[in-house]
Design a protein around this ligand. Structure first.
Ligand code: AMP
Ligand code: MG
Length: 267
């Protein structure tokens, strides 16, 4: 299987050329939904094998603009996964204690133990996204972080981790509709934050910051998958297939017993 939209070398990546709608060769919506439904049980089985094998960890990074679908992706793609082997960490504005540490400290603390899956809902990339857009640290500081992130991710992959990063890309019009839906629907209103409107004003700055993230931090060891995410069914399909693909390549093995099962008699 091959993962569409996977970028290992982003040097020439242009965000303006990236459509947030499914490409022409995408399956139809019913076929796409069916394909995702067949992937989820495979994901479940692979997660169990990851756990039993115990030598590898999987780190999944989800980044998107507000309403981009990070929560929805966690909910749909991981619906069938055993919570025992899976942990979601949401990255908010850093606490005073986090600010007293190197920016990768909280990401390191949130790493999944080997044998399990860690999902970052936002991540260390906020330190070159929101931090850059709002000048929260001086430029010389944030501009060094791209290579620091690449080295940190390389260290992880050399130490038994698989790192998969997803940018859920929605269009500005789609965000408008989703924000409006949050306002209009009483069941969704709790998710609406007036601060999201202030962030929306910086859309172009964020797109530039995302473009640089993908240009500078798409590596063979920790690729970005840029997911056209205006359609949720297509987003779920791309994310689920990328994860199944990555787990399948790991050659996971169930451990051999250190006893002879045929010699054991249970009275
Ligand atoms: P939400 O994902 O809606 O819960 O919002 C979390 C908020 O925390 C977003 O506005 C992020 O931009 C913000 N945030 C996350 N990481 C950082 C960071 N390193 N520095 C500043 N703000 C951050
Ligand atoms: Mg929010």
């Amino acid at each position: 299987m091959h993962t569409p939209h996977r970028i290992e070398n982003g040097r020439k990546f242009r965000i303006a050329s990236l459509s947030p709608t499914p490409p022409k060769n995408a399956p139809s919506k019913p076929d796409g939904i069916r394909a995702t439904e067949t992937l989820l049980p495979r994901l479940y089985a692979l997660q169990e094998k990851l756990f039993a094998d115990g030598r590898k960890g999987l780190l999944i990074v989800l980044q998107a603009m507000d309403t981009g679908g990070k929560d929805g992706t966690v909910q749909h793609v991981f619906s069938g996964v055993n919570p025992m082997g899976c942990r979601v960490t949401s990255f908010k504005a850093p606490t005073p204690e986090e600010l007293r540490h190197p920016f990768l400290w909280r990401a390191t603390n949130a790493l999944p133990p080997r044998g399990s899956i860690g999902i970052f809902n936002r991540s260390h990339y906020e330190d070159v996204l929101v931090v850059r857009v709002h000048d929260l640290v001086p430029k010389p500081v944030w501009s060094r972080r791209y290579s620091q992130i690449n080295e940190w991710e390389r260290m992880l992959t050399e130490d038994g981790y698989v790192v998969l990063k997803f940018f859920l890309h929605i269009g500005r019009d789609e965000q408008k509709e989703r924000l409006q839906a949050r306002l209009d629907d009483p069941a969704k209103r709790w998710k609406f934050e007036p601060a999201d409107l202030a962030e929306r004003k910086h859309w172009d700055d964020y797109m530039k910051a995302y473009q640089d993230v993908i240009r500078k931090c798409s590596t063979p060891w920790a690729p970005w998958v840029v997911v056209p995410s205006n359609r949720k069914w297509y987003r779920n399909l791309v994310v689920a297939s990328a994860i199944v693909d990555a787990l399948q390549k790991l050659d996971l093995k169930l451990p051999e017993p250190d006893f002879d099962p045929s010699a054991i008699r249970i009275e």
